[in-house]
Design a protein around this ligand. Structure first.
Ligand code: HEC
Length: 250
């Protein structure tokens, strides 16, 4: 399962949790006659709040890990998503401090709660929802076409020396595991976000662009990706060669 898909599923958890939070809050404060046991509702609301927070932290961890490892610039969508996330975090902190300390503001807590739920929906729509939609709920295929923004064809890289010594392969493997494995499976041809890499340099053609599977074209993909892959233009020639040395063993 790709990390993006996992994050989207956790995002659905956040949505469900938001609905539960709003529903219990409305039942506690909104109804004139009481239908449910208020104490029970309060307990559910509190436990649900903890579940929400844990999901939030888990998704945040995946997002930060991804950003740190791939060192990609945030897309406008990812930027909006992270602003929503920061807003939610601040509102959660505010809500918690009012509940614990600044009780005079107790009445505002409901509005803050509603805001958190609304922003949660917007945040999910901007990312997890979008991702599930374009991948047809993770079954992919349309993904590349749907999100592709054709880039200019780019200049070919100069000839690459194909290294076969164990040291280069080892270094390449390490780089691969920190930069590429989020989106690619090295040991199969299964599609994660990008195509699997098994036999990538042994097959005649590259899987997506259908260019000849040469070290030069792979180096080019790393520096100036064909479509939606982030560019790794900051890697040195040597690092690119090491990654290719590793890919050549698959
Ligand atoms: C954020 C996800 C992501 C990361 C990280 C990523 N890729 Fe990709 N990769 C893709 C996608 C999506 C494609 C499909 C083609 C495209 O859009 O460029 C792809 C395609 C490829 C292809 C096939 C290109 C073709 O012409 O068919 C190769 C080779 C490749 N990636 C190598 C790498 C290597 C090496 C790394 C690590 C340095 C890496 N990728 C990191 C998403 C990613």
């Amino acid at each position: 399962m790709s990390v993006s898909f996992l994050k989207s599923l956790l995002g659905i958890g956040i949505l469900i949790s938001s609905v539960v939070a709003v529903f219990t809050m409305l039942e506690i404060f909104g109804r004139s006659g009481k239908k449910y046991d208020i104490e029970k509702l309060k307990k559910i609301h509190r436990a649900n709040g903890i579940v929400y927070f844990l999901l939030f932290i888990l998704i945040t961890y995946f997002c930060l890990d991804f950003i740190i490892n791939t060192k990609t610039e945030l897309s406008p969508r990812a930027l909006i998503h992270s602003l929503y996330a920061v807003a939610i975090l601040l509102l959660l902190g505010l809500k918690f401090s009012i509940l614990r300390v600044y009780r005079q503001f107790y009445n505002q807590v409901k509005i803050i709660g509603l805001l958190i739920a609304l922003i949660s929906f917007a945040m999910f729509a901007a990312s997890g929802g979008y991702y599930l939609l374009i991948t047809k709920f993770g079954s992919d295929k349309a993904f590349m076409e749907a999100v592709s923004l054709k880039k200019e064809p780019v200049k070919e890289t100069v000839k690459i020396a194909l290294k076969t010594d164990p040291e280069s392969i080892g270094k390449g493997k390490e780089l691969y595991e920190s930069k590429c494995y989020f989106c690619h499976d090295a040991y199969s041809n299964k599609r994660e976000v990008g195509p699997g890499h098994k036999g990538i340099l042994k097959n005649p053609l590259l899987p997506m662009s259908k260019k000849p599977a040469t070290p030069e074209n792979v180096a080019n993909q790393i520096r100036n990706p064909y479509k939606d892959m982030p560019s790794f233009s900051y890697l040195s020639d040597e690092e690119v060669e090491n990654i290719i040395a590793f890919l050549n063993t698959l």
